[in-house]
Design a protein around this ligand. Structure first.
Ligand code: S3P
Length: 424
C-alpha cells in the first residue's frame, strides 16, 4: 500500500475495543458459569483466534455485530479439542491459554503463524512446569508448537524476571486449578486487566504493588463486559494529531488504565497538547482525548514506565524522530521479542527515512528534528510496525510504500479507513 504526505488532519475517531481486554473477556467468560455478554469487542484477527480456540474446546460463542455471547461452562467445562489449536499471530492467546490448558484433564497442542513460532515460550514453560504442568516445545526450541498434557498443579510464588502481563496471567490462570494460593511478583507492574476482570467474574484475587495473588477453584459467574477503546490503537492518532501541522483530533472512549497510559505521560512530557475529556472511572477508566499539533522535544524513557507503553514504543520512535533534541529509550529489551524485533526494524526503516537513530540492546537513541523522506517498509508481519510507518508517511516527503500493510487486521481492521477519513 502507498502513502503520501498529508496537508491537514482534523475530526473525530472512535477506535475499536481493547485487544487485551477482549481476549480476557472470551477466556474468562468461557470458564464462568452462564452467559457473558461482551460489547465493543475487538473483531481483530488475534481476538478471533481466541474465540476459535474456545469454540474448539466446546464453548458456544455467538459473534454478532452488536455483541459477543459466550455460553460459559464453568472452570471445569472445557472439552478436549479435536484438532490442533491455531493461535494465529497472537502471543496473548498462546501464553494465557497455556496457563488454562495446563490444569485441564486432557491433552492439547498449540501452534501459530511464522511469527508466533519464533516467540519465546520458555518464560511461561518455566513457571508452569514449577507448578507441575507438563508442557513440551514440540521442536525443542522453547517456541510453539507446544504440547500440553493437563496435570494436577501446585500453588507457587513466582518471581518473574520480565515485567510481562502474559507471563503473569498464564501463572494466575493456572493458579485457578492449583492446590493452594498462587502469587506472581514482577520487576515492574505490567498491565493489570487479568487482575481486574478475574475479580469481576468472582475470583478471589488480590494485588498489591508488584504482586498478585489468586486462590484456587473459584466459582466464576458470567458477566456483562463493555470493552473500552484500545489506547494502543489510539496511540497512532495521538501521534498524528501531535505531528501534522495544524491538526486537531478528538479520539473517543479510550481506555486510560494507569498500567497502560505511559504514552500519555510521555507525549505530554515531550510537550504534547493532549486534553482528557469525559473521564470515567467506573471499572476500567476511560476518557476522550483531544490532541492538537505541538512542537515536541526529546525525553528519556526508562524503568517502570516501559511496561506501561511497551506496545507504543514504535510510534513513540516516530514522535521522537520529529522532536527537537535527543530521545533515549532504555530498559526495553522486550521489544526484541514482540511480533518482530522492534529495535532492529525501527532502526532499519527510520534510518532509511533519514532519521538519526542508533539501536542498543535494550532500546534506542534518536536525535530528532531531521526531515523524513518516504521509503519502502516491510511490516515484518507486525501490525504496530505497519501503523507506525503509515503515520510517519503523513509527515515525510515523497511516497512511502508499506509491504504487508494488511497485517493491521490483527488489532485494527479499519485503521486505514479511519486514517483516511481524518486526512483532508
Ligand atoms: C499483552 C501483554 C503485552 C503486550 C501484548 C498484550 C496482554 O505483552 O505487549 O501486546 O494482553 O497481556 P507482554 O506480556 O509479553 O509484555
Amino acid at each position: 500500500m502507498f502513502f503520501k504526505p498529508v496537508k491537514h488532519m482534523s475530526g473525530e475517531v472512535t477506535i475499536p475495543g481493547d485487544k487485551s481486554i477482549s481476549h480476557r473477556a472470551v477466556m474468562f467468560g468461557s470458564l464462568a458459569d452462564g452467559l457473558t455478554e461482551v460489547t465493543n469487542f475487538l473483531q481483530g484477527a488475534d481476538c478471533l483466534s481466541t474465540i476459535d480456540a474456545f469454540r474448539k474446546m466446546g464453548i458456544e460463542i455467538e459473534n454478532t455485530p452488536e455483541k459477543i455471547l459466550i455460553h460459559g461452562r464453568g472452570l471445569h467445562g472445557l472439552t478436549a479439542p479435536s484438532s490442533v489449536l491455531d493461535m494465529g499471530n497472537s502471543g496473548t492467546t498462546t501464553r494465557l491459554i497455556s496457563g488454562i490448558l495446563a490444569g485441564q484433564s486432557f491433552e492439547s497442542t498449540l501452534t501459530g503463524d511464522a511469527s508466533i513460532q519464533k516467540r519465546p515460550m520458555r518464560r511461561i514453560m518455566e513457571p508452569l512446569s514449577m507448578m507441575g504442568a507438563k508442557l513440551v516445545s514440540v521442536n525443542g526450541n522453547d517456541c510453539a508448537p507446544l504440547h500440553i498434557t493437563g496435570a494436577p498443579l501446585h500453588g507457587i510464588h513466582y518471581h518473574s524476571k520480565v515485567a510481562s502481563a502474559q507471563v503473569k496471567s498464564a501463572v494466575l490462570l493456572a493458579g485457578l486449578y492449583a492446590d493452594g494460593e498462587t502469587l506472581v511478583t514482577e520487576p515492574s507492574l505490567s498491565r493489570n486487566h487479568t487482575e481486574i476482570m478475574l475479580r469481576t467474574f468472582g475470583a478471589d484475587l488480590s494485588a498489591e504493588d508488584k504482586t498478585a495473588k489468586v486462590c484456587p477453584e473459584p466459582h466464576l459467574q458470567g458477566q456483562k463486559i463493555h470493552v473500552p477503546g484500545d489506547i494502543s490503537s489510539a496511540a497512532y492518532f495521538i501521534a498524528a494529531g501531535l505531528l501534522v501541522p495544524g491538526a486537531e483530533i478528538l479520539i473517543k472512549n479510550v481506555g486510560i488504565n494507569p498500567t497502560r497510559d505511559g504514552i500519555l505521560k510521555v507525549a505530554r512530557e515531550m510537550g504534547g497538547n493532549i486534553t482528557l475529556l469525559n473521564e470515567n472511572y467506573d471499572g476500567e477508566p476511560t476518557a476522550d482525548l483531544l490532541v492538537k499539533h505541538s512542537h515536541l522535544h526529546g525525553v528519556t524513557i526508562e524503568g517502570d514506565l516501559i511496561p506501561t507503553l511497551i506496545d507504543e514504543l514504535p510510534i513513540i520512535n516516530i514522535m521522537a524522530a520529529c522532536a527537537e533534541g535527543t530521545t533515549v529509550i532504555r530498559d526495553a529489551a522486550e521489544l526484541k521479542v514482540k511480533e518482530s524485533n522492534r529495535i532492529d526494524v525501527m532502526v532499519q526503516y527510520l534510518s532509511a527515512m533519514g532519521c538519526d537513530i542508533t539501536g542498543a540492546d535494550d532500546g534506542m537513541i534518536i536525535v530528532g528534528g531531521q526531515p523524513l523522506h518516504g521509503t519502502e517498509v516491510d511490516s515484518h508481519l507486525d501490525h504496530r510496525i505497519a501503523m507506525s510507518f503509515a503515520i510517519a508517511s503523513l509527515i515525510a516527503d515523497g511516497e512511502t510504500e508499506i509491504k504487508g500493510s494488511d497485517v493491521v487486521n490483527i488489532s485494527y481492521p479499519d485503521f486505514y479507513t479511519d486514517l483516511a477519513r481524518l486526512c483532508k
